[in-house]
Design a protein around this ligand. Structure first.
Ligand SMILES: *Cc1c(COP(=O)(O)O)cnc(C)c1O
Length: 372
């Protein structure tokens, strides 16, 4: 029986092979391999797709986050409020910028920052200067932006959105990535919009922040070879920009396919002792991952694996419990009970636009067989 992988970036390449190969050939013939026309064209197209004024292409999603923090002059002694239930990149970028991550619990029943827990943390913050909130729209579900933006306004904090899993997800009609001061995207090959290598983007409506992002992206240059400020090197490769520009027109329909597959899972799994993904009223979910919860997680994975079905865990340990971070990150105010509780229960089922309905049905029937 055919294997069903959890994700399949190769399928995304094959589906658009002619367009992607054409873009690669064009970049190779053009002879400019870093930044330049291809990058500018993709930056403009992606910013327009998001509905923001400026897009600044970078080398990865991790770099996008570090660059965004630096462009806001965030560094040593500054507190950035984020979550522990995320890709380690979120917290790693805060530390690379020199700032301190303060970890907030996620909402019960969901996977994104709990605004009520954030409010208590802001009432009694750890030592340092609170400067920014960094919510993550994890799995493709927008975080509670009303609560987060309201607290940011009241406390005078920047909001930097981690949109690495939420390309195209909307919160009350507004695209994630157009709500905060700066938004950060990853185009890692398995993301909803994936390059064929590392790539990322920062986006903002603020012209001053856009100028800072552009300068810091390339050595702090305002003028070539003259650093006006301390910068980094996180330029976007032209070939990735060409590939991404070829794939961008399909992002909306790719997301719609993910949503249709998710709806089929929802229906086929509804009566099982599994907690299915939810979506906040007024939001759209783009299902970067389709994550279900059960205390029988490990046995379910083993059963599915035996049936040739791949699954993933995003993520097996919250950041604060990983060896590199254990015991040294600030958790306020009441620890991270929800984050810690769910880590052993979550499992990501197969999900990518080219996944067939027949494959989804096989995952559903094998899951049903497990619970029978
Ligand atoms: C993928 C991801 C990142 C990091 O992006 P890279 O391109 O891999 O550096 C950051 N945050 C989240 C939530 C991610 O899923």
């Amino acid at each position: 029986m055919d294997q069903i992988p959890q994700t399949d970036p190769r399928a995304g390449y094959l589906e658009h092979q002619a367009d992607i190969d054409g873009a690669i050939a064009r970049v190779l013939a053009g002879g400019q391999f870093i930044l330049g026309r291809e990058v500018e064209a993709f930056e403009a197209a992606f910013a327009a797709w998001l509905g923001v004024k400026h897009g600044i292409g970078v080398s990865s999603g991790t770099d996008a986050l570090e660059l965004a923090l630096r462009a806001c002059d965030i560094g040593s002694g500054d507190l950035v409020f984020t979550v522990s239930h995320t890709a380690v990149a979120t917290v790693a970028a805060i530390e690379r910028a020199g700032a301190t991550a303060v970890l907030i619990d996620i909402e019960a029943g969901g996977y994104t920052m709990d605004a009520a827990a954030l409010e208590s943390a802001l009432r009694a913050p750890p030592p340092g200067r609170p400067v920014a909130i960094l919510p993550v729209h994890l799995y493709g579900e927008p975080a509670d932006m009303t609560g987060i933006l309201d607290l940011a306004r009241r406390h005078g904090l920047r909001v930097i959105e981690d949109c690495a899993q939420s390309h195209g997800a909307a919160y009350r009609g507004q695209t994630t990535g157009s709500l905060g001061d700066i938004s950060c995207f990853s185009f890692y090959p398995t993301k909803n919009l994936g390059a064929l290598g590392d790539a990322g983007m920062t986006a903002t409506d603020d012209a001053d922040l856009a100028a800072a992002l552009r300068e810091i992206r390339e050595y702090g240059w305002r003028q070539r070879y003259i650093s006006a400020r301390v910068g980094m090197n996180t330029r976007l490769a032209s070939i990735q920009a060409g590939i991404l520009a070829a794939k961008l027109p399909h992002l909306h329909s790719d997301n719609a396919r993910r949503q249709a597959l998710a709806a089929r899972f929802d229906e086929g799994l509804a009566d099982l002792p599994l907690r299915l993904p939810r979506c906040r009223a007024g939001s759209s979910h783009v299902y970067h991952q389709y994550v279900v919860r059960t205390p029988a997680r490990d046995a379910l994975r083993e059963h599915l694996s035996g049936a040739g079905i791949g699954t993933g865990i995003h993520y097996p340990a919250p950041v604060h419990l990983q060896p590199a971070y254990l015991g040294r990150l600030a958790e306020f105010p009441a620890g991270l009970p929800e984050t810690t509780r769910i880590a052993g229960h979550i499992v990501s089922l197969p999900m990518y636009p080219q996944l067939s309905v027949a494959a989804v049905d096989r995952v559903i029937s094998e899951t049903r067989r497990f619970f029978k």
